[in-house]
Write a protein that binds this ligand. Structure first.
Ligand code: SF4
Length: 248
């Protein structure tokens, strides 16, 4: 664990020890506006075949070649966690480490996410963690062994992969979805909104086939916290907000 990570963990643990898990009105309260996604999400062009279980869907993703990422990846990265989780965390896509291990959020950003979850009484086993795209987007797909070869998924790749994420949400039926960073927030809300403006504001996510919208909370991606530690305060505010809603 690096020094930055240790500092955050200490801060989070200290705040837990202080009982600072209840949203405070005195210290930087999170905005609480409720807003629906403007238009219901359009039905996906190609929905996953009816399997009815996460295991069946995972098999389908493992064999998927719908977009070019499917022929470039080392492993498809489906998701991890509880199939009946109350909260789903959604990132943008697998990176170098995730591609090798076949699990989301396993590098430094993943360690930080684990520590953030722990600070609000959650864990990788009690939530569900997935990405918008299931295969590693690379700047140079001919060299998957290279480090620093990550890039955000394109809109076309996101659209091809979206049915899998929507099906995961339909199967898990979480009470809350937390989007981590710009890409996941824009992909799920289908809005060109920046994470700095979107974070901390509850939205409603319409998923075709679900009876009710799912409440969605955008926050910063853990990798952004590693680059800019000043964002930790906002993420902590958002996590307290989530904790309070989970307890209600
Ligand atoms: S990124 Fe998604 S759509 Fe593209 S090949 Fe992988 S699983 Fe299929």
């Amino acid at each position: 664990m690096n020094a930055e990570l240790l500092t955050l963990v200490r801060e989070l643990k200290a705040r837990v020890a202080e009982g600072d898990l209840i949203a405070s009105t005195a210290a930087a309260p999170a905005p609480r506006a409720q807003a629906s996604v403007g238009a219901p999400a359009a039905a996906s062009a190609e929905a996953p075949a009816a399997g009815g279980t996460l295991d069946a869907l995972k098999e389908q993703v493992s064999a998927c070649r719908k977009c070019p990422l499917g022929t470039q990846r080392l492993n498809a990265v489906f998701g991890v966690g509880s199939p009946s989780a109350d909260v789903m965390f959604v990132g943008e896509g697998p990176g170098y480490q995730e591609d090798r291990q076949g699990e989301p959020f396993v590098g430094k950003a993943g360690q930080l996410l684990d520590d953030i979850l722990k600070a609000i009484g959650l864990s990788r086993q009690t939530v569900y963690i997935a990405n918008v795209v299931k295969c590693h987007p690379m700047t140079d797909p001919t060299n998957p062994e290279a480090r620093g070869n990550d890039r955000p998924p394109t809109p076309e790749e996101i659209d091809e992969c979206r049915p899998y994420l929507e099906e995961q949400i339909r199967l898990i039926k979480p009470r809350f979805v937390v989007t981590l960073g710009n890409v996941a927030t824009r992909a799920l809300l289908r809005e060109e909104i920046g994470i700095t403006r979107a974070r901390g504001i509850w939205r409603e996510l319409v998923v075709p086939g679900l009876e009710r919208p799912v409440r969605l909370l955008p926050t910063f991606h853990p990798a952004a916290l590693l680059r800019d530690p000043s964002l930790k305060r906002d993420v902590w505010t958002d996590m307290k907000n989530l904790r309070q809603e989970l307890a209600s």
